[in-house]
Design a protein. Structure first.
Length: 453
């Protein structure tokens, strides 16, 4: 369903919409902002924007202000920033009564785009690609687990021993997913009404695990759709007295949840894909080879941008469908990067990000890596044949956040493609995440040591 600013004006005037969610993505990729009365939105916000505290892009997942950010801190007083509406982004939110949503960009007091805001980072990479003659198209595949408990009950149980909506592996299973179809169908249909083009849903490899795919699109549209979709799935589950999780690894006994990122470079003038060889659409072009080579060259350095939490690294288990090898293969799911399709549909699938990734940051890293490969004409390694989990002589994804932080901190590539301010911002975010974990006492420690030490 297409929706635009003029339709939103009419719907507010006709009293079909009375509330507009005015949002930005935070550092975790979640929509944060304000609920604005429809008439006030029409009269003031479209042209003037709205203020919000700049701590919104300097907090952790618990909304705690973090030490160590140069952009904003207690010394600067956590002032306001201006949220300016991107007038191409309005949409209906059908699962919330009489509600629409619009996405904003963040500006400082000098009316300059705030560089460290997630949407600004992606915008910069998209513009760099355009300057080089490329239009980057992407798709994200999100997996999640659904439970019978609502969020309140799950919290009371400390998120332990939750009842999955189905029992047993339901990968591609029709009967098992039929047990959850009432909610999954609502998600598919409501997303279509929210201008998010859904293609299909399917069961995944865990108990109560699902994947719902959104149509391939330009990078910014992809990220915006991803943010609204992910938040919407949580809200729709809650409205049905259920809960879902997008944790990368919510249980040691279950597979993880991924966010596979598909990407390809297109000619901005002709709108033709540049990934396949014009003489043989099943083979890579020179641009395609450079694009993939860049992904491989940057994968370790960019790990914290794909896997930003301590929990993210629990997903990388051999034989679990989550990759460990920084290698590429042709339709090979044991590799970190899988080449799929041919001709216009040829693309590389990055299997490293989990469902906990911030789409704006993960897509920024994807584009930056691809452009790095193209600009430096990096030679593509040999295709990996066989099982990437056991193959020798391939590099591996960092096994923990601490190692990933060290790689990002030392990365000359990250500094070169993102600049110091953005690199420092996300390095500090990861460091504070690790510090928070290291200062906590886990259930594992209590169960192992309380009586025995």
């Amino acid at each position: 369903m297409l929706y635009d600013l003029e339709q939103l004006r009419r719907d507010i005037t006709d009293k079909l919409i009375d509330t507009v969610l005015v949002v930005i993505p935070d550092l975790q990729g979640r929509p944060v902002g304000k609920r604005v009365v429809g008439t006030h939105f029409i009269e003031h916000l479209i042209d003037e924007g709205i203020e919000a505290c700049d701590y919104l892009i300097a907090v952790d997942v618990d909304m705690n202000p973090l030490e160590g950010f140069k952009f904003t801190n207690w010394e600067t007083g956590y002032g306001d920033m201006k949220l300016k509406c991107d007038t191409s982004t309005p949409r209906i939110i059908p699962w919330l009564e009489s509600t629409a949503l619009i996405i904003c960009d963040c500006y400082d007091s000098n009316d300059q785009l705030i560089q460290v805001a997630p949407r600004s980072i992606l915008k910069a990479q998209v513009e760099k690609a355009r300057d080089l003659g490329f239009n980057i198209k992407t798709g994200t595949e999100l997996e999640f687990f659904m439970f019978n408990e609502n969020y309140s009950t799950a919290r009371d149980k400390n998120y332990r021993d939750l009842n999955a909506r189905s029992k047993g592996i339901e990968d591609y299973q029709i009967f098992q997913t039929s047990l959850e179809e009432k909610i999954i169908r609502q998600i598919r249909n409501d997303m279509l009404l929210a201008s998010i083009p859904i293609e299909f849903s399917k069961g995944e490899a865990g108990n109560g695990q699902h994947e719902i795919n959104i149509t391939y699109d330009t990078a910014m549209t992809c990220a915006d759709n991803h943010m609204i979709f992910k938040n919407g799935v949580r809200e729709i589950a809650a409205l049905n007295d259920k809960s879902v999780t997008f944790m990368a690894k919510y249980s040691t006994s279950e597979v993880g949840s991924s966010c596979h990122i598909h990407s390809s470079a297109w000619d901005i003038k002709t709108n033709k894909s540049l990934m396949s060889d014009p003489q043989n659409e099943a083979e890579l072009s020179e641009i395609g080879k450079y694009w993939i080579a860049g992904q491989l060259a940057c994968a370790k350095d960019f790990s914290i941008l794909y896997a930003p939490f301590v929990n993210s690294y629990k997903r990388y288990v051999p034989g679990s469908w989550a990759p460990t090898a920084i290698a590429w293969g042709k339709d090979n799911r044991t590799c970190g990067f899988r080449l799929v399709g041919k001709g216009r549909s040829m693309r590389i699938e990055n299997r490293i990000p989990g469902a906990d990734a911030n789409p704006y940051i993960a897509l920024s890293a994807t584009i930056a890596a691809g452009l790095y490969g193209v600009e430096n004409r990096i030679e593509l390694s040999e295709v990996l044949e066989g099982n990437g989990y056991v193959s020798q002589n391939v590099e591996r994804i960092p096994s923990n956040l601490s190692d990933a932080i060290d790689m990002f901190k030392k990365s000359e590539i990250a500094e070169r493609v993102f600049g110091n301010s953005i690199k420092d911002h996300f390095l500090n975010l990861a460091v504070q995440e690790l510090n928070s974990f290291n200062s906590s006492v886990t259930d594992w420690e209590l169960n192992r040591n309380f009586e025995r030490i």
